[in-house]
Design a protein around this ligand. Structure first.
Ligand code: NAP
Length: 492
């Protein structure tokens, strides 16, 4: 047994789970003047936190969960930051047994929003507020200021908000990167889409790198400098900074560019898959996010890659020689334009997914506020989010980000170069699936007519699935395809 003897009702809130994220979140809270109760299943972690960081603020350590709960002042707030899935389920169950009506349990891990909705409903019946809360920024963000996306009731936010806003990142204008997203699973939903956008952003940057290297003929060091120079453009973002750092590094063991000694198989923990699956269920098109998720899967399909490489399939045209001079400079600029256009398309898809879910679940999410709280602290923080914030401030009911004047003008400027880059990718065999999917997304949305009319004809032909007519858009029609004399019937 440890010597922890937490005084009852002495802590403002508590953190359950002192892994990297939980410990850093607890320290951030303590550093901002909040008395933080801390508990971990394995007490050694609690002891380690106290040994190393007790001086940073007021901690109330507990070795026993009942003592931890008793140390929280009422209405109690316990933030769970444990392993997603089974660990979180277990922790919620244990806490719920010890909490009272009016208390607040916060799940700060990455949880699928449908699980959050289910848990919120079950705990609401017992009078306990359950808050699914997205936290972005990795371990450094948790300590120094993350972007925080809490869901749950308004009432719970009144208790939680001031504490969370005090520890969140701050945008350049001083605004906290934390706001009440909406009821039940809204916070976890927005965090999920944030991660989906992150997947798309990373894939688009990776495609730009690949094209610059294998079509443009630039060295890794030269590409690092290109990315560094893009900091002075609309592309300025944390992920561009990260990319520059990775590409600038040389492997000390071999002297090669570091990127060349990393196995080219991208891992994933599931939020990209969730964002894509959820979009499919909601009927929202998120092709850039989906392609980014598929690209990670394709990269990790080692057997299939080896087999197809070994089969020596004739791949057709490829780049004859690296570009040089003016042509090379023009290509670099074209890739930048393609990256910017694709990025606008990817964010438009993510915001569309949030808007669709918000309407379906009655969450009433303020899309502009989401852009506002992503401006600092999180992985997708970028200058670009200032433009999104302004776009929603000017027109809160934007049907698509693509229609905001700042972005429609940018797209018009980027499209010619973007088309060239996608065509070059196809002709040279250097794959750029997210560039291509993003371009097709824009072209689909701007098309006067889509071949969906033909698909409706096909569906009606083989399955009597009916269609609407352009001269009667609400009427439901079916054609008797085998009886030309009575070709069409109106069913409704
Ligand atoms: P982690 O490795 O995912 O989890 C470790 C913590 O979970 C330890 O405190 C562990 O306790 C506890 N735990 C595991 N199973 C448990 C159980 N059945 N009952 C009680 N506690 C249990 O740690 P992490 O990386 O700090 O992540 C925590 C959460 O934050 C996850 O949901 C993750 O998805 C989310 N998240 C992580 C990041 C990141 O950058 N790492 C960013 C955003 C969100 P013991 O010490 O007893 O084993």
């Amino acid at each position: 047994m440890t010597g922890f003897t937490p005084a009852p009702s002495s802590a403002d809130l508590g953190v359950y789970g002192l892994g990297v994220m939980g410990a850093n979140l607890a320290r951030n809270l303590a550093r901002h003047g909040h008395a933080v109760a801390v508990y971990n299943r394995t007490t050694a972690r609690t002891e380690r936190l106290m040994d190393n960081h007790a001086a940073e603020g007021e901690f109330v350590p507990a070795a026993d969960l009942a003592d931890f709960v008793a140390s929280l002042r009422s209405p109690r707030v316990a933030i769970i930051m444990v392993q997603a899935g089974a660990g979180t389920e277990e922790a919620i169950g244990q806490l719920a047994e010890l909490m009272e009506p009016g208390d607040i349990i916060v799940d700060a891990g990455n949880t699928l929003y449908t699980d959050t909705r289910r848990r919120e409903e079950a705990l609401r019946d017992r009078g306990i507020h359950f808050v699914g809360m997205g936290v972005s920024g990795g371990e450094e963000g948790a300590l120094l200021g993350p972007s925080i996306m809490p869901g749950g009731t308004e009432e719970s936010y009144q208790r939680l908000g001031p504490m969370l806003e005090s520890i969140s990142a701050r945008a350049d204008d001083g605004a906290p990167c934390c706001t009440h997203v909406g009821p039940d699973g809204a916070g976890h939903f927005v965090k999920m889409v944030h991660n989906g956008i992150e997947y798309a952003d990373m894939q688009l940057i990776a495609e730009a790198y690949d094209l610059l290297r294998h079509v443009g003929g630039l060295s890794v060091a030269e590409i690092a400098e290109v990315f560094r120079s893009w900091k002075d453009s609309e592309l300025d973002s944390y992920l561009i900074d990260v990319t520059t750092e990775v590409l600038s590094r040389t492997d000390p063991a071999t002297g090669q560019p570091f990127v060349d000694v990393i196995v080219d198989a991208a891992g994933q923990k599931g939020t990209g898959v969730w964002t894509t699956q959820t979009a499919l269920e909601l009927g929202v098109a998120v092709p850039a996010i989906a392609e980014a998720t598929f690209a990670r899967a394709a990269s990790s399909s080692a057997d299939a890659r080896a087999a197809v490489r070994g089969a020596s399939i004739e791949l057709g045209a490829s780049q004859d020689a690296p570009l040089a001079g003016v042509e090379r400079e023009a290509f670099i600029e074209a890739v930048r334009q393609a990256l910017y256009g694709s990025k606008i398309a990817a964010y438009a898809q993510g915001f569309d997914e949030i808007a669709t879910a918000s309407a379906q679940y009655g969450w009433n999410i303020d899309l502009g506020a989401m852009a506002t709280i992503w401006r600092a602290g999180c992985i997708i923080r970028a200058r670009f989010l200032e433009d999104i914030t302004r776009a929603y401030a000017q027109e809160p009911e934007l049907a698509s980000l693509l229609t905001a004047p700042v972005f429609s003008a940018a797209l018009a400027g980027a499209l010619p170069a973007w088309r060239q880059v996608v065509a070059t990718s196809a002709l040279t065999g250097v794959p750029a699936p997210a560039f291509a999917a993003s371009l097709a997304y824009v072209d689909q949305l701007r098309a006067e007519r889509l071949p969906a009319a033909l698909i409706q004809g096909q569906r009606d032909f083989f399955g009597s699935h009916t269609y609407h007519r352009v001269d009667d858009p609400t009427g439901v029609y079916h054609t008797l395809w085998s009886t030309p004399e009575r070709a069409e019937e109106k069913w409704n």
